[in-house]
Design a protein around this ligand. Structure first.
Ligand code: ARG
Length: 587
């Protein structure tokens, strides 16, 4: 139950006492915070039903609430809005109740679920693009939020390690170095430990191989053939493939670690591959799969469809397994290995059709319920020209360069502000990374997931306004305020007793956390939590400006304010961590 739920029950009882339905008592945050803290608009629909004047009903309900100890003021305004203000004692007790040093009032999912969240999708040997960056940022935050709400969540990186790019690389290498033992059919291993190529080679080879395959049909054929042989298990190719995957994964792990993104599972498309023959047989036997021009396809169109819904190609006419089949098989694999209640995919909006087809196919096959599969798609991060973000040279973004760019800019900003003075190099660099990543992540998360947004590093990096650096700074500030108070002998935190406007405003934000978290969870929209973080930081800042702390003469007030500050700081740090942001000790 959130605070609004509790208040809705109280107001609902007043409606019941008037002979009306208790659900009319639903309470929400006030539209006019200058007039009230909460409001209930139930008198308006009630009046329509009872053919009465809404103001009269509102007055009657308000009169019944007049004595309720929870409220200091109940009034009626406009056409029949019931405005509510909490009594200071009630608010203080509510704040005390969330002061547990861990959840700070955070909402809990009543029926926890086992969830797999698929939010990486980087491709072996291919550079990560902006879509992968957003997936990592949004997915990491959702994973943390769901986990905090009580769900049992497994994050899977779901590597793109099984596509045509692997065949392109193998055939490229075969042309460059035909004498490598890996290509000798007579040699089935063991292969030399000495690696034929390193990560730089891989990064150099991939664009060349991919361009060659696009430009030259003969090369495309070679690549397809190599892909097929790899998928069929040719030992030298498998050994090379394993080597490519290992090189890429080592580099990816470093990038994700710098982003504070952590996966529980490092499985990939290749892991689903062994299931394909078995599934193909099963689907054929049950007439889910049909043959069409030598390919195995599954129809997923429905009569109610308003748009075209093409069938999925499970296995193509050359026997190769594509992206759709891999995702179908991955769902079956996850069901067998983990048996989750739900699978979430944090993947680019451009793949909406793909997921719709896959979800329908598994529903048709009876492998998994479609309504327990969610594609949490997101919009594009654009450059200032409104087109998908590119490097200055016009190339695809490499995550590593991106991380370096935001870290360097953060370092500059910190130096300008004199923050870095007197810190050793290691600490300065780590703070710069945290600030840079916070700028990037917060900018990404604070836009509704489904919208596009424009990448503007100067704006994201500002130390004032709704930015990641501002929030880290706010967190550091609360800590330093409390530290200074302690050093100045201000005493210990004590029972909360709100009494000033700025204290009530801060208290209200703190108590709103449960509702915010529930809404964030239900909509799978981290920007709602971002708004909360910003409101909290602002309310703290106003409170700190308006209310004395160390030099407050009244010991009880002082103790109460120390508590308020520590609860606000604790909740802020918690929210930042749910967003995937890490506040430094000092900055
Ligand atoms: N590797 C894919 C890409 O780069 C993304 C994978 C997303 N996850 C999935 N289960 N399909 O587009």
């Amino acid at each position: 139950m959130t605070l609004k739920d509790d208040l809705s029950v109280i107001v609902g009882e007043a409606f019941t006492a008037e002979g009306l339905d208790h659900t009319l008592g639903a309470v929400k945050s006030a539209d006019r915070p200058d007039l009230a803290q909460f409001q209930c608009n139930g008198a308006l629909p009630a009046a329509k039903l009872a053919k009465k004047n809404p103001r009269e009903i509102a007055q009657a309900v308000a009169a019944r609430l007049g004595d309720a100890s929870q409220f200091s003021e109940v009034s009626v305004s406009g056409p029949g809005f019931i405005n509510l203000k909490l009594a200071d004692e009630f608010m203080s007790a509510q704040i005390e109740a969330v002061n547990d040093g861990s959840r700070f009032g955070g909402w809990l999912h009543e029926t926890p679920e086992k969830i797999v969240i698929d939010y990486g999708g980087p491709n072996v040997a291919k550079p990560l693009h902006v879509g992968h960056l957003r997936a990592a940022i949004i997915g990491e935050s959702l994973k943390r939020i769901l986990r905090f709400a009580g769900d049992d969540v497994t994050g899977d990186v779901h590597l793109g390690d099984w596509g045509l790019q692997m065949g392109q690389l193998i055939s490229e290498l075969q042309i460059r170095q035909p004498d490598l033992v890996y290509f000798d059919p007579a040699q089935s291993g063991p292969y030399p430990v000495e690696s034929p190529i390193n990560l730089q080679d891989l990064e150099e080879m991939y664009p060349v191989a991919s361009a060659a395959s696009k430009a030259d049909p003969a090369r495309a054929d070679l690549a397809r053939k190599a892909t097929k042989e790899l998928q069929d298990g040719r030992p030298g190719y498998r050994a090379l493939w394993k080597h490519f995957v290992d090189l890429s994964v080592a580099a990816m792990k470093k990038d994700y670690a710098d982003l504070d993104v952590e996966f529980d599972l490092w499985k990939g498309e290749a892991d689903a591959d062994p299931l394909i023959p078995e599934l193909t047989e099963d689907l054929k036997a049950r007439n889910v799969i049909e043959e069409s021009d030598g390919a195995q396809i599954i129809h997923v169109a429905r009569e109610s469809d308003k748009k075209e819904m093409p069938p999925i190609i499970f296995v193509n006419s050359q026997g190769a397994v594509g992206y759709h089949a891999t995702d179908v098989a991955t769902i079956v694999d996850r069901k067998r290995e983990l048996d989750p209640d739900r699978i979430l995919y944090v993947v680019d909006a451009r793949q909406r059709l793909h997921f719709e087809q896959v979800f329908r196919a598994v529903e048709r096959a009876g492998y998994y319920a479609e309504d327990h599969l969610e594609h949490l798609w997101f919009g594009t991060m654009n450059g200032k020209d409104g087109k998908p973000f590119k490097t200055r040279e016009g190339g695809t973004l490499k995550l590593r360069h991106f991380i370096d760019m935001v870290t360097d800019r953060a370092l500059e900003r910190l130096k300008e502000n004199g923050f870095a003075d007197g810190y050793d190099v290691a600490e300065t660099n780590e703070v710069a990374r945290q600030v840079g990543i916070a700028a990037l992540k917060f900018a990404d998360l604070s836009n509704p997931r489904t919208s596009d947004y424009i990448f503007d590093l100067d704006r994201f990096m500002a130390f004032e306004g709704k930015t990641g650096p501002y929030l880290l700074y706010a967190s550091v500030r609360v800590r330093s305020v409390l530290g200074k108070a302690k050093a100045a002998g201000a005493g210990d935190p004590g029972p909360v007793q709100v009494g000033e406007a700025a204290e009530r405003d801060l208290g209200l934000v703190i108590l709103n956390f449960a509702d915010v978290l529930r809404e964030t969870y239900e909509k799978r929209m981290p920007h709602i939590l971002c708004d909360h973080a910003f409101s909290l930081a602002q309310a703290f800042s106003k409170f700190y400006a308006a209310c004395r702390m160390v030099d407050e003469a009244d010991a009880e007030k002082r103790a109460s304010r120390l508590s308020l500050a520590s609860i606000a700081g604790g909740q802020l740090d918690l929210v930042l961590s749910l967003l995937g942001l890490d506040a430094p000790e000092r900055m």
